[in-house]
Design a protein around this ligand. Sequence first.
Ligand SMILES: [Fe+2]
Length: 394
Amino acid sequence: MRKIPIQDLAAGTKFNRSVYLDKDTVLVSSGQPITQQDLDRLKQFGISFVLTDGELVTERESAKPGAENSNYLDTNLPLSHNDETSARGKYILDKANGNKVEFTALFKDCFELVQKTYRSASEGKYTEIREFRDIAERITDHVKSNPQLPILLFAHSHSGYYLYSHICYATFFSILLGTYLEFSRPKLIDLAIAAIFADMGMVTVPEEVSEKKTALTELDHKTIKRHPVTGYQILTQRLKLKNSLAIVALQHHEAVDGSGYPQKITSNEMEELTRVFMIADQFSAMIATRPYRPAFLPYDAMKLMISVNVNRFDLKMVRLFLNKLGMFPIGSGVLLSDNRTGIVIDSNKDKPLRPVIRITKDVEGNRLRLLEFVDLMIDLNTYIQKAIPFSQIY
Ligand SMILES: [Fe+2]
């Protein structure tokens, strides 16, 4: 990929291929404009160049029918209505846009640290826990100050090795749920450290097993099921992580009804941090593509969390997760009853089926050149027909 210096970029610049912060971390997808906020943040974070295989998209090319591909965060368009819903929607998207570069850089740093640590551990080398305190603090402070995080989290695209990116997604979702539970800052930092280390035992599972494309054999299952215990041993004996955090690794595949593993304990024997992490871990795993199945839509993942999988989780916490994110979680794509397409940008309290949506395509499927929002708590004649993949909202 070519290095493009930041000073060569201007607000509105587009490329016909994705633009990356590093080989795995997408800043903007193909055809999406880089915003002024992106540029300001890149400079603020001392990032001097971005990477792309693409060519610059000129104004003429982007004016071709079908070539326009406005960014879902782009608020540089005329408002369709001058009402309260539009003001709320624009405010939310502006905030999310302002936090995008910081979030992307933070996810990248998380991924790199996890990759370095897990790789070293698989070779029997162990790093200092101290390094993780810094990333745990940064993730905690970012999530606490960025209520629009789910919009960025669901749209974020990371192509690195699954285990490492999964750990970062699960950590962000853990802190999100921890903030919903109103945990103190020190408790959130503890939760982030516990989450980052929870799958440490996977370093003892051969890649041929963890990344297998076909059905797992009984022996494979046995190997995988050992990872909570081996992880706990590595964390307590080698990394000297305190027991109250390492215990999350030991317990994260248990179930509140006692049907999990390895100890078959029930809810009241489980640590609170474990009960939070389990929800984040499962949800993050479901919305990711795996070698043996496609990714679940966030809506389908949420549905499974509150139906089939409900006996695994702390009911109060799952309910809170649902209530805050919505049945069609913030950041996910939807098709409305009148065939308009959009992205959920906010939830309405206790109304998980009636969120606030940014419309991206009109009833005929044409990309909207206006900034239009619908609040399903106000527009009661409209409802969500179905969830759709993120790739279909533009
Ligand atoms: Fe695990």
